[in-house]
Structure formats: C-alpha cells, structure tokens
Design a protein around this ligand. Sequence first.
Ligand code: WT7
Length: 601
Amino acid sequence: MTERTIRKAAMPAGISHYLTDYDAGRSGFTWEGARRALTGDTDARLNIAFEAVDRNVERGHGARLAARFIDRSWKRVDVTYTELQTRCNRFAGVLRSLGIEHDTNAVGPGSGPARPGPCVATLLGRVPELFTVGLGTLKSGNVFCSLFSAFGPEPLKTRLELGHVRVLVTTETLYRRKVAGIREMLPELRHVLIVREDVHTQLPAGTLDFEQLMRLSSETYEAAPTRDADVALLHFTSGTTGRPKGVTLTHAAVVAQHATSQLVLDLHPGEVYWCTADPGWVTGIAYGLIGPLTCAATMIVDREEFDPQRWYQVLAQECVNIWYTAPTAIRMLMKAGASLARARRYPCLRHMASVGEPLNAEAVIWGVEAFGMPFHDTWWQTETGAIMIANFAACDVPPGSMGRAVPGIEAQVVRRAGGRLEVIASPDEVGEIALRPGWPSMFSSYLESPERYRESFVDGWYLAGDLARRDREGYFWFIGRSDDVIKSAGHLISPFEVESTLMTHPAVAQAAVIGVPDPIAGQAVKAFVELRSGFEASEELRRKILGHARRLLGAVVAPREIAFSDSLPRTRSGKIMRRLLRARELGLPEGDLSTLEGRET
Ligand code: WT7
C-alpha cells in the first residue's frame, strides 16, 4: 500500500457489497459453493445460456430488462429476459434446421469431456443479434466464437480456418468487405447468415437471411444437456510466435464469470451495468454478455464507438450504476478534461472498474476527481476466462495496483529455478504471475496445440506470461510482459502475425515488429522492414507497405509506423532480436529488457 491509498471509508455508502471483509470472503469461499449458489442445485448438467437466461425467467426476472441497445441517434431497443429467451430458442432452432447440432451421445455419462461441437461464429458489432446468436449457440450445445469486426480478411481467414467455423453470422457490409473474398478458401464454412441492414437490397450469393430463418423457427428449445467440462466458447488470443492461439473455455466458466460479476463488479439483480469492451474480445463476452446476465442485471449496450461527450451522456442519461471500461478509454477521457465529466451529474453511478492493460495511478485518482470514486483495476486474460486479481468495491484501493487475488484463486509471484518454480515469499520482488489450476473458467485447451497448452503449466502452476510484484498486503503491481506480445489500446497483438503479413508484400524481405510506448494506447505497433534487393527505400514505398498491411490486417492491428532497416539484428541462429530493437527504440542499454514495459504504473 502507499500513502495515496484510497480508503474504503471514502466509498459511497448504503450498498450491500458482496465482499466487505476480504480475508473472511476468501476463507469462506469454495467453487462448489459458487456453483450451487448459481444453479441452486447439484445437477450434473450445466449450460451457460441456461444460467444466463432461462434461470432468470424461472426465478421471476422474465419481465426485467436484460439489455438496452442504443444506436447513434439514441434510438433504444429494449430486450427483456423473456424476449431474449425466445430469441435464443429460435436461433438454437435455426442451427438445428441447418443440421448444426450438438451430439448428445458424445457426452454419455463417464465418457469424460465431449469433443467440442461445431463452431458458430459472429462477426458483428454491439447489436442484439450478437446476444441471440451467442446464447442460442451455447444453448444448443455448439461452440460460440465472437470475432473482432475490425479485423481485416487475413486475421479472419486464419481464425475461421483454425476454429473450423461452420456457421458465420455477420452483416452485409462486413461480409462484402471482409469475407466474400476469402469464402472460397474456407470449405468448412457451410452457412453464412446475414443480419440485414437494409431489407430492400439483394443478399450476396451463397448467404442466408438471418431474420427469415428466425421467423420460421420455433419459440421453444430445450437446453442441450451439456456438462461442466464441455467446450462452450472459443476465443482467439496472440502469442509471440506461430498462429493465433484458439483458447477454449468450457460451460463451467459460467461459475467463475458469475462469481466474479458479483464479487468484483458487485452486480445485483436489476442494477444497470455498462461494459464498454468490444464483443470481439473475451471481456466483451465474459462481462459484456454472460456474467452480468447471470446476475439478472440490465446491460447498457452502446453501439457507437468512443466519444467523450457521448460516454458521459450514456452514464448520466441511462442511469448507469456500474461501469467496466479500459485504461486507453480512461486516458482519452482524462485528455478531454475532468470538467467535461463534471458538467453532468451521475447520481446512479456507484462502482467503476477497468481491465486489459496497465491502469496508471493517475488514472485511478482522476476517477475521484471526475466522478468522486476511483477506478478499480482488475487483471485477467483470455486463458483465465474470468477476473483473477482485482480491487474490490468495498476494499482499500492503492492507486497503480491491480488488487488482490479473487476468492477461490491462488495467485503468486514466482521465479523459475531449473524445471521448478519457486514462490517468491518476500514482498516487492519481481517475478512471473502464476495461478494454481482448479478454477472453473481456466482454459481447457489451445486449439490443435496440445504441446503449447502443456508448456503453459510448470511445476503445478499456470504461468500467465506477465511480470509483477506483490506487496506485503498481497496487492499485485504490474511490471510488464515476459514475452514480445504487444498491447495496444487493450488489444493483444502478435508481432509474428503482423510480420508474416508484412512479408507478403513483394518489396519486404524481412520484418520485425515491436510495441513502442504511446501515451494514450499504452503501446503502438512499429515495424522494421528489410527490403528485397532491387527495391529502394522511399516515402512512397513506405506508404504502399502501410496500406497493404492495413488492408489485410485491419487498422487496429496494422503497424502505425514503418522504418526501413538495412539489416535487422539477429541471433547467431538467424532469429530476429525484437528485444534489441526495443532497447534501441527506447535509447536503453541493450541488456535484459524484460522489465521495461508497463513502467508507467
Ligand atoms: C493480458 C491479457 C483481461 C481480459 C482482456 C484482455 C494484460 C490485462 C491487465 C491489468 C496490466 C493487464 C496482461 C494480460 N492485462 N489486465 N489490469 N494491468 N495488464 O485479455 O487479450 O488475453 O490480454 O492483458 O498482459 O496477460 P487478453
């Protein structure tokens, strides 16, 4: 803790928080208890969609608003839990009619986890259909994968292939721009369902009309008898090398997503909650869809992109109680000034949390200045499936710290010693974040990479790839990544994926991609390019390569900057040394750079 610690006494009063006494909350917690609290029974079956939707209807929350979607002109589309249930049933029925159905024989008793069912993917923004398709797919026992709609055709093709995606639901615009050109290369993609933006246009050849199929489908559907260990979700994340990693989560993930929605987001039934994450990333599904619904909360879904004025309007006008957002957005709000925030009143707002990248102390404190309460940092990753480390609503907040381990989670800072791990017992020493396996949302595989999965576990611990220190009180402080992946505006970007795409340009012989510090986005993607003989470095060529990368990768993933280099630094075996490039870029001694990122905290 520091002298800047924001004491819980300063937090808004009058709320019955889930976790007021951290130590008591931890010692009284078990995952079996959490599962029972969610489902109310000990049935062997467990289905995420059933817990998120049907269970609420069963318990009398049917008429409650599950979600309110707001569009550019502030037109609202309200969906109750009962309406959501009907829509999900219809979509599960659509999948059945297309022959995309969960094989219940594959989950016979005692047979262990079933092989994952067929994968249904969305390429959509924050629209009601995302809820329908995601939950309908889970209810039918198939695997749901939400793809990031800002990806270009190249990352999409890789992911659709790797996920063996059989059904894709998208809009006409996204289909024409990103999918039509790669469709032929995806023989496993059997059906493309189009959510129409305009009912008068003709659908692209080889696609089906989503709404038309929905209308023909039945309003009832019995949830597939899935069990805890059955694969439910597929999320893509990035490593340093190789293809993107397909992370699978099972239906049991709902237990951890529910428990943390209560313990960390402090969500009670009927509360209004706003998660600003994009559904293309794990936060947008775990806490932008599943977790909050299991708490019978009402979700605000703003379809528009970031805009300070609009965001303050959402918070005030929609009477948001709980807000989950990200450091890049907070830094952009800070840039626009606290007075803009204070121009409105937020009487409903009572808890603010952040995730995805280092949240600097100044941003936490700015929360107090602008809203009268701090941002509560939370730490987790795609592989953990739920929040693992957090600052809790009713506990002290040391600005700049990620918080303490969630009840049910054993988190430590460790160092490698030979093939073993050593828990670092003394406070404030830097090591790797390690988690003891056994929590229900832990990933069950990296798709088609069993050895990569095995390598994530050492000596009985899961190693997250992050460096941190832990203080005397058990609070974690983020230091940086232990690998070369880049975090830009909250997006995890693989340098390898960007390098591979750059090398498809005829002028590029070699490319090396690193993250360079950026005051708003945390890091920005920078590429160093070695040209093939016969090509001259020029401003025009630089622009051409940039354009090529943007077209194929999408603007979020493409490099912001390209520098030409006569010879990239290599190891003796020929591997490009990204770390050395990073050191040069920062003007640092070219020694060990592992502790350089995230230092602003
Ligand atoms: C990586 C995971 C968390 C879900 C969305 C991102 C970084 C995450 C924090 C934080 C500093 C953080 C880590 C982590 N990260 N939260 N509070 N402070 N860094 O999931 O895309 O799998 O990224 O994001 O490096 O390993 P992801």
